[in-house]
Design a protein around this ligand. Structure first.
Ligand code: AHM
Ligand code: MG
Length: 338
């Protein structure tokens, strides 16, 4: 009989990573394991759907003025509760909370700051399409005594870890601690995360793009030019046909791109000059940019690397172009030379 393949758990992976690269100290390992455990609970709640009475909206709006889904609120609570007591965090911030959440006095305070979008792709929750959790980890500034919002406002290059979970046909967790990107699949029977992909690399060339084309009439000239050229296909300037996919869950679109290449775009447009794009810099764009760059891809706001943007507020929005390097560089070039 063939011996079963050796399974590497998330814990074992993190311990090995620390031994090899010295980049996952025990406190950070605990943090990642606790977030991963919370993602298991969220996955479980998502999987129950109508049977768990978790579908539908609440009566409340979040700081972005969006109606909260019951699962948005529940996922936020699961992440807060899981991460409060371990002593590894100084504070947390979330898409679902206007201001950051300090660690209560009854628990010891750690040196990390955790930011998350507890359930990304909210419009897909009630229709059984893939959704996910995105998170980013920063170190609190040296000498910090009482946490302020200012402590969170660090550029993405300062991230020490980032990841996302996708709650889809399989539940997967994709993680970087700055030494490549690895993917873990949730073994639902055992309740454990098992490493299923190592050192993921995004192909530099692609024939696939993702954008919400219903906004086309609002796009600025560089985006119009880029998309028109893609759509002209074989007989146009690009000399090949492109395919389009749009899931409306960034986690699921990015996961596809990580696996087979592609470019994801949520550009700024002419609708509201005060709103540069839809996605949030600190807990959507930065963690995804870190993962994509670690997988050999690129991530810009059209003008500069997303991870080099100096944040001004916790919930600020940013235009996003990320994925296969050659495409991101091309559309960024169109913006820079406009
Ligand atoms: P959310 O965090 O409120 O779910 O919004 C972010 C989501 C992304 O996952 C996705 O790429 C985008 O919004 C979809 O936007 P649209 O509704 O324009 O298709
Ligand atoms: Mg989101």
């Amino acid at each position: 009989m063939k011996a079963p393949a050796k399974r590497v758990s998330l814990t074992q992976h993190l311990v090995e990573e620390q031994r090899l690269n010295n980049n996952v100290p025990a406190e950070l390992r605990l943090l990642i394991e606790v977030v991963a455990r919370a993602c298991k609970s969220i996955s479980h709640a998502v999987g129950k759907g109508a049977l768990g009475e978790v579908l539908g909206s609440t009566e409340t709006e979040n700081v972005q003025g969006e109606v909260q889904k019951k699962l948005d609120v529940l996922s936020n609570e699961i992440l807060l509760e899981a991460n409060e007591w371990g002593g590894h965090l100084a504070a947390m911030a979330s898409e679902e909370m206007e201001s950051f959440h300090p660690i209560p006095n009854r628990y010891p305070q750690g040196e990390y700051l955790l930011l998350f979008d507890p359930l990304d792709g909210s419009s897909n929750i009630d229709v059984n399409v893939s959704i996910g959790t995105i998170f980013s980890v920063l170190k609190a500034p040296d000498g910090m005594v009482t946490v302020t919002e200012q402590d969170f406002l660090q550029p993405g290059v300062n991230q020490v870890a980032a990841g996302y979970a996708v709650y889809g046909p399989q539940t997967v967790l994709v993680l970087t601690t700055g030494n490549g990107v690895n993917c873990f699949t949730l073994d639902r029977e055992m309740g454990s995360w098992v490493r299923t992909q190592q050192h993921i690399q995004i192909p530099a060339e692609t024939k696939e793009y993702a954008i919400n084309a219903s906004n086309a009439r609002h796009w600025f000239a560089p985006v119009r030019r880029y998309i028109n050229e893609l759509n002209e296909g074989k007989t146009g300037p690009r000399g090949k046909d492109f395919n389009m996919r749009w899931i409306a869950s960034m986690v699921a679109d990015v996961h596809r791109i990580l696996n087979r290449g592609g470019i994801f775009m949520y550009p700024a447009d002419a609708r509201d000059p005060g709103k540069p794009g839809k996605l949030r810099l600190m807990y959507e764009a930065n963690p995804m940019a870190f993962i994509v760059e670690q997988a050999g891809g690129a991530a810009t706001n059209g003008m500069q690397r997303i991870m080099e943007i100096q944040p001004e507020t916790l919930h600020q929005r940013v235009a996003v172009f990320l994925g296969s390097k050659n495409e991101v560089e091309r559309v960024t070039g169109y913006h820079q030379n406009a």
